[in-house]
Design a protein around this ligand. Structure first.
Ligand code: 5U1
Length: 679
């Protein structure tokens, strides 16, 4: 084969692969590879076609927007085409975009951009005539989409009629239909329970739910929508900027991203991208980047389009969150409470901005459900700071001779029997503190920031201390001498002396921290605080019977049972005595007033923005006064406490009429005249 023929063959092969993936992704809603793999093939084809433009054909996947419409839905023609976006995969690419925009506009100063997250969903066009929703259509190939009106009407966030009366008589809005994470998890749990298909990610779940021929099925699926653009508009002037247009849409009752902001120039674009990237894992829905649009509509007109994408917008993408790799081994890790977790050891792969070589398989039910085997090619996913996980296996790539993964009968660390109780997903090593793995995890938990907060005592050091039998339990930590510590790996005299100082300091603690540090099953920080408040003293908690323990707010029979059992184990009591003898101490007192008598009892706070103290400390203080601290704002929230750069939570508080306090206001509230009630 000549070099020319080889290139032609390569181009042809790439087109076939892309078409095949496109068909599975867009038509069957059943992709075989992650987006990153598809993007890679697409970019490879684009690069080859750029080098050999004579090979470009009108039917190349690079020359069209999306997949073919499903035959069963009616076809809709988009009079104003539905565009797609060019991608920027690096800061340099974003800077190039900004430079091109400024050059084309012959602008000396900075450009104003509208910025918002790029949702991982399905593009949609809604047509309102005289204020009523008359049609909803998918993008399809950009000019012809599918008529999914009946299905979209079932999405509660899409208004069937616009609010007010100053809207254009003809208004087409474009946006994204998506499935929030919580809804996705619920849907998959329901699908699993009924033995139906499990969706690989919220995007596929949204697409699969919208493309149902029976609208009753769509109605049962938790879909949502945000609007991000306009199509055909007639009979009424719109605003001169994109951001103002979005504000108009919002006013007419259409959902628009609460994260939409106007940013000025490249540095603010980058700051916005970084901020959304940092908050990405905590958003209620999945996003895969940020879209920047030139805000001025006049500037947008001047910039125009190139084939399928506008010159005035760009999608800045986050690094891929899903990648393909191979399972090299499946091992079993033992946690603090003895839980035995299967872990896939992977051929290292760069995903979501880091190299991943391990992924959790959660428990044996998951291993069996996903049927992960050594040698399998798998999709691994890493979202934000979440632990990487195996999404699914690619069965067509399974080599011959693989075997199902079995739960070992004995603990891989201490050899004790592994038990799996009837009806429980989790298997446990029965070795207790005999098991070095459980001891290591117990000591790590004991020393952690929210427990005894022993500065400088990292995981690696704890592992050395246990492996070399220098400590048996947390109490032994307080006997450690600087000269012994200085001889350990990665330790010097200075860090050893610092650690001894930190241990001395950590001896004085609080009862809630000490209780939490003990690592009693199901006793998190909030429960430890509640128990400490209820009983006032450790011995009183240890002596309490299960029904007395249950009188503590939020302590049910399971927690009460774990606490009761813990204090009936002689080895636990021995460790507590040893800790007391080593000088670990905390103030005790009489039982606190009943929870409902506390000054902030029954109140719910939400903390947001950059606060001057760690959130944990503020949370601790509010809990001690009887308040709850929630993660999101709702009508039930009493106060949102705002620090600097507070974002969407502050907006939501205002929208719902929830009280807003700055830190001074909170201090006044805490220190204030409770007898007179709270402001
Ligand atoms: N957030 C957002 N996503 N998204 C997708 N904005 C946005 N704009 C788009 C697309 C395809 O297109 C514009 C050119 C209207």
């Amino acid at each position: 084969m000549t070099a020319d023929q080889a290139i032609r063959a390569k181009v042809q092969r790439l087109r076939e692969q892309i078409e095949d993936h496109n068909y599975r992704y867009y038509v069957l809603d059943d992709p075989q590879v992650p987006d990153s793999e598809f993007d890679r093939l697409f970019r490879e084809l684009q690069a080859l076609e750029a080098g050999y433009p004579e090979l470009i054909t009108p039917d190349s996947p690079t020359q069209r927007v999306g997949g073919a419409p499903l035959a069963a839905f009616g076809e809709v023609t988009h009079r104003v085409p539905m565009l797609s976006l060019d991608n920027a995969l690096s800061t340099e690419a974003l800077a190039d975009f900004d430079r091109r925009v400024r050059e084309r506009l012959e602008r000396d100063g900075e450009v104003r951009y509208a910025a918002e997250p790029k949702l991982d969903g399905l593009a949609i066009s809604l047509r309102y005539e005289q204020g009523s929703l008359v049609q909803a259509a998918t993008r399809g190939d950009g000019t012809h989409g599918e008529n999914v009106t009946q299905n979209v009407r079932t999405i509660s966030s899409v208004p069937l009629r616009l609010r007010g009366s100053d809207w254009p008589p003809l208004l087409e809005v474009r946006g994204e239909i998506f499935m929030p994470r919580a809804g996705f998890d619920d849907l998959n749990a329901r699908q699993r329970a009924s033995g139906d298909k499990i969706f690989a990610n919220p995007r596929n779940a949204a697409a699969g739910s919208l493309r149902q021929l029976d609208p009753a099925i769509t109605a049962s699926r938790p879909l949502a929508m945000f609007c991000y653009g306009l199509g055909e508009v007639d009979g009424h002037p719109m605003a001169p900027t994109h951001s103002a247009n979005m504000a108009l849409l919002r006013g007419w009752g259409l959902p628009v991203s609460p994260e939409l902001r106007v940013v000025i120039g490249l540095p603010e674009c980058i700051a916005y991208f970084d901020d959304i990237g940092a908050r990405r894992a905590h958003l209620a829905y999945e996003i895969d980047g940020v879209v920047f649009k030139v805000d001025s509509i006049a500037d947008q007109r001047q910039l125009g389009f190139v084939s399928r994408a506008p010159r005035w917008a760009i999608a800045s993408k986050f690094p891929a969150q899903e990648e393909l790799t191979v399972v090299e081994a499946v091992e079993f890790q033992v946690g603090r409470t003895g839980a035995v977790t299967p872990v896939a050891r992977l051929k290292p792969v760069f995903v979501g901005g880091v190299t991943v070589s391990n992924a959790t398989l959660h428990n044996m039910d998951e291993v069996q459900r996903k049927d992960v085997r050594v040698g399998d090619t798998v999709i691994v996913r890493r979202a934000g700071d979440v632990i990487p996980e195996v999404v699914r296996v690619l069965p067509e790539r399974r080599p011959a001779g693989t075997r199902k993964v079995e739960l070992p009968a004995q603990c891989p660390v201490c050899g004790s029997d592994i038990e799996r109780l009837e009806g429980e997903a989790v298997a446990r090593c029965s070795g207790g503190l005999y098991c070095a793995a459980q001891r290591k995890e117990a000591v790590k938990h004991f020393a952690s920031r929210r427990a005894m907060d022993i500065e400088g005592l990292g995981d690696k050091l704890i592992e050395q201390l246990i492996d070399q039998s220098l400590i048996e339990d947390p109490a032994d930590l307080f006997m450690l001498q600087a000269d012994l510590l200085a001889g350990l790996e990665r330790m010097g005299e200075k860090s050893a002396a610092n650690l001894v100082g930190a241990l001395r300091k950590a001896r004085t603690t609080t009862l809630p921290r000490f209780l939490y540090a003990l690592g009693i099953r199901e006793v998190g920080e909030a429960t430890a605080q509640a128990l400490a408040r209820q009983f006032g003293a450790l011995d009183a908690i240890g002596a309490a019977e299960e029904d007395t323990l249950q009188q503590t707010p939020d302590v049910g029979p399971v927690v009460a049972h774990h606490v009761h059992t813990f204090f009936r184990q002689p080895h636990n009591l021995a460790v507590i005595n040893k800790l007391r003898e080593a000088g670990v101490d905390w103030p005790e007192g009489p039982p606190a007033p009943m929870a409902e008598e506390l000054p902030l009892a029954g109140m719910t706070f939400v903390l947001t923005g950059a606060l001057s103290e760690p959130r944990d400390r503020i949370k601790e203080r509010l809990s001690a006064l009887g308040a709850k601290v929630a993660g999101s704002v709702s009508k039930k929230t009493d106060y949102v406490v705002v620090g600097e750069d507070a974002g969407s939570k502050l907006d939501k508080a205002r929208a719902l009429g929830v009280g807003v306090l700055d830190e001074d206001g909170l201090k006044r509230l805490i220190a204030g005249d409770f007898a007179g009630g709270v402001p």
